[in-house]
Structures are given as structure tokens and as C-alpha cells.
Write a protein that binds this ligand. Structure first.
Ligand code: ASP
Length: 418
């Protein structure tokens, strides 16, 4: 992540090396001894990495969402802007997720991946639960039980309610809670950086085991590589639709501005997001150019953009949908329509809880996979192409925020200079 710069070799290279070594180790080990005899000595490293990701999700999501909602404040003008902003964020994120869902169902990139992964799957949850039951279960009967079970949707629901009512109590108490949550959030972010630095080792172990199980079937492995290529194309295609058609259309229709001039004025922020994989890093440039180049007021820019950089992630939601269904396809799991709709809503909530830092979307993928009972090991498969997906999705995340600022500013009667 951002911190790896100090260490020399960038993390994505380390991950790629981990994958390369994992492929070699899987093939070699399989030649030496049967898979069952050595896999347990390697698999634990992958398990620790995946468990580490799950470990941080609950506190990360709870604090980031409660702080984001509480940060919306209480005044009437802010309430109005906040309402419009939330509506815009939720609507565009749902559109993005739906585009991802549609494309991945049409192209079906995981289906050709004939890896014999299905053996790993013991159960796919929520198959028999009705859609209404799933909605009802979003309201936790016991928040601690939901947290202990790692049940993300009820936790997110509670975090939103909690953040909302933080603004309704005495300012002294609200301040105490804000300080506490900010402190927890910062610590969890540090732990997140630490765990993600372990990715090369985790990936090495996961890939070694996946390859080792298949080493006597090179055709299947080649099929997997081809499927990953198509998977990346589906992600890019979906992001292009969202960033090249849907969002520009909204800027034109709702913001009454020329979308291409807007993109050119925001190009520094967009390129920063693309190259750093961090919409948080692009945020200061986004705020500056929105005000100086596009003429958006400080009131709108300083509210809509920071909020957007934490909760509005069009690209991430699209990616989560495509990836979850790709993994289901690769494992030969048929998802019902209700489960696919569940993926769209979970992707929306996961995107809200995603921090604007590199690879955060991958951490949140655990939520989406868990929600429909898909195997977390699937993350090991898509990690190979994480960098290729993180760059464009971060760019679309930042662009979505910027379009939101234009549209909200226009709706507030501001004269823009795009
Ligand atoms: N890297 C993305 C961002 O900063 C988050 C993600 O990983 O999806 O916006």
C-alpha cells in the first residue's frame, strides 16, 4: 500500500512474485509428493492472511460508517445537501453494481475456468432464505451477536443508526464518541496496512495449494489464466460504461454541464487516483480543482467530496459484484436471483465501508463473499490481477465523487465555470 514505497519493491510486484513462486512451488511440490502430504504445511499462511482480513472488517466498517454518517452534521442546509448527496451516491453505486452484475452474467468469465475448485465448497448459505427474511435480518436483534458472527449487514445498519444519533446527543458526548471512533479507526487502518503487507506470503500459500491440487492438469491452469484475463476485461468494460456513459450522462442531464470539459478539468485528480490506487490520496486535488477549475463552492466541495471519498465507491461496488460472481462461476456454484440481488446490496454496503486506500476493496470482498456463503479462498484467485482492477476502479470512484459535486452544486443554484 502507500507505505510500501519506503520498502523499495512496490507491493503489487511483491504479490506478483508471490503468485509466480506459488505457481512454481505448486508444480514442483506435486512432482515430489502427493498434495495431501504437504499442503497442510503451506495452507496455514493463506488461512492466516484471510483470517487477518476478516479480523479487521468489523471495527473498520463500524467506525468508518458511524463517523461518516455523524460527520454529516445537523444544520438544515447541510441536511438538504446531505440528503441529495446520499441519494446520488446510493443511486449511482447501485447502477454501477448492476452494470457489473449484468456484464459478468453475460460474459461468464469464470465458467471456462475448469479448475476443480468445487470440492472445496461445503455449503453455499442463504439459498433457502427468502428475500424478505434477508431484509428483516438486516436489523440486528443483538448487535454483539451480529458482530461476533461477522454478520456485516446488521453491523452496517447499526453503524448508520448510531452515526445518525451521535448528532442528536449533547455535543460533549458526541465529541467524545467522535474522538474515540477516530482513534480506533486510525489504529485499525495501521493494522490494515500491516495485514495487506502480508499479502505476498498469503497469496504464495493460496496459489501453491490451488496449483498443487491441479498440477497434473495443465490445461485447467491455462484455462484459469485465460478466465482471469476475461475477468479483467469485464471489470474494465463495466467501469468504462459507468465512467464513459452513465456518469457523463448524469453530469449533462442533472448538472447541465459539458461532461468532457469536466473530465479534462478534473484530469489531475483522476490520474492521481488511477496511479496511486487511492481515492483518499486524490481527495485534496479533487477538492482544489473542483473549486478552482469548476467553480464549485467551498460549502459543497468540502462536504460532498470528503464524504464521497469514504462512502461513494462506484468502481469498487462494480468490482465487488463482478468478482463475487466470477468466484461463484469458477467454483461451479449456481447463484439464485435472490442471492445475486443480495450481492448487489452487499456490494453497495461494502463499497460504503471501503476506505479510500489501495486494495481496500479486496478487504471488503470478504463481506460480499460471506453474505452469500461463497468461499473466501476465491480472493486468492483474483489477487493476481488486483492491481489491474484497483487502478481503474479507484479512478471511477474519484470521478463519481466529482460528478456528484457538480450535480449537487448545480442543484443548489451555483454558477459553475466548466
Ligand atoms: N483503492 C480504492 C480507492 O481508494 C478502494 C478499493 O480498493 O476499491 O478508492
Amino acid at each position: 500500500m502507500a507505505e510500501t514505497k519506503k520498502k523499495g519493491l512496490a507491493l503489487h510486484w511483491q504479490i506478483l512474485i508471490g503468485i509466480g513462486l506459488g505457481i512454481v512451488a505448486g508444480i514442483v511440490l506435486c512432482k515430489i509428493a502427493p498434495f495431501e502430504s504437504w499442503s497442510k504445511y503451506i495452507k496455514w499462511a493463506g488461512d492466516i492472511f484471510l483470517r487477518g482480513l476478516r479480523m479487521i472488517v468489523i471495527p473498520l466498517v463500524f467506525t468508518s460508517i458511524a463517523l461518516g454518517v455523524a460527520g454529516m452534521g445537523n444544520s438544515a442546509a447541510l441536511g438538504r445537501i446531505a440528503g441529495k448527496t446520499l441519494l446520488y451516491y446510493i443511486a449511482t453505486t447501485l447502477i454501477a453494481a448492476t452494470i457489473g452484475l449484468t456484464l459478468v452474467n453475460i460474459v461468464r468469465p469464470g465458467v471456462g475456468a475448469s479448475l476443480n475448485l468445487a470440492e472445496e465448497v461445503t455449503s453455499v448459505g442463504s439459498g433457502n432464505v427468502s428475500f424478505i427474511d434477508q431484509i428483516v435480518s438486516i436489523v440486528p436483534a443483538n448487535i454483539f451477536e451480529a458482530m461476533a458472527r461477522g454478520d456485516l449487514l446488521p453491523v452496517i445498519f447499526f453503524a448508520i443508526i448510531f452515526g445518525f444519533f451521535m448528532n442528536k446527543v449533547d455535543i460533549k458526548h458526541a465529541g467524545t464518541l467522535t474522538n474515540l471512533f477516530t482513534a480506533i479507526y486510525e489504529v485499525i487502518m495501521k493494522i490494515t496496512f500491516f495485514i495487506i503487507r502480508l499479502a505476498p506470503y498469503g497469496v504464495f500459500a493460496i496459489v501453491t495449494c490451488v496449483v498443487g491440487r491441479q498440477a497434473d492438469d495443465p490445461q485447467a491452469l491455462l484455462g484459469m489464466a485465460g478466465s482471469l484475463g476475461v475477468f479483467v476485461l469485464v471489470v474494465w468494460g463495466g467501469l468504462l460504461l459507468q465512467g464513459g456513459v452513465v456518469l457523463p450522462l448524469l453530469v449533462r442531464l442533472l448538472g447541465k454541464q459539458n461532461p468532457w470539459r469536466h473530465i479534462s478539468k478534473m484530469s489531475t485528480a483522476l490520474l492521481t487516483a488511477f496511479s496511486t490506487c487511492s481515492s483518499g490520496a486524490a481527495l485534496p486535488i479533487n477538492i482544489r480543482d473542483s473549486q478552482e477549475k469548476c467553480g464549485i463552492s467551498n460549502k459543497v466541495a468540502s462536504f460532498v467530496l470528503p464524504l464521497g471519498s469514504t462512502i461513494n465507491m462506484n468502481g469498487t461496488a462494480l468490482y465487488e459484484c463482478v468478482t463475487a460472481i466470477f468466484i461463484a462461476q469458477a467454483y461451479g456454484i449456481d447463484l439464485s436471483l435472490a442471492q445475486q440481488i443480495m450481492i448487489v446490496f452487499t456490494a453497495l454496503l461494502a463499497a460504503i465501508g471501503t476506505a479510500g486506500i489501495p486494495m481496500a476493496g479486496m478487504v471488503m470482498l470478504t463481506i460480499v463473499l460471506t453474505a452469500v456463503g461463497l468461499p473466501l479462498e476465491g480472493i486468492g484467485l483474483v489477487l493476481a490481477v488486483e492491481q489491474l482492477c484497483d487502478m481503474p476502479r479507484t479512478c471511477i470512484n474519484t470521478y463519481g465523487d466529482s460528478c456528484g459535486a457538480v450535480i449537487i452544486a448545480h442543484s443548489e443554484g451555483e454558477q459553475l465555470t466548466i
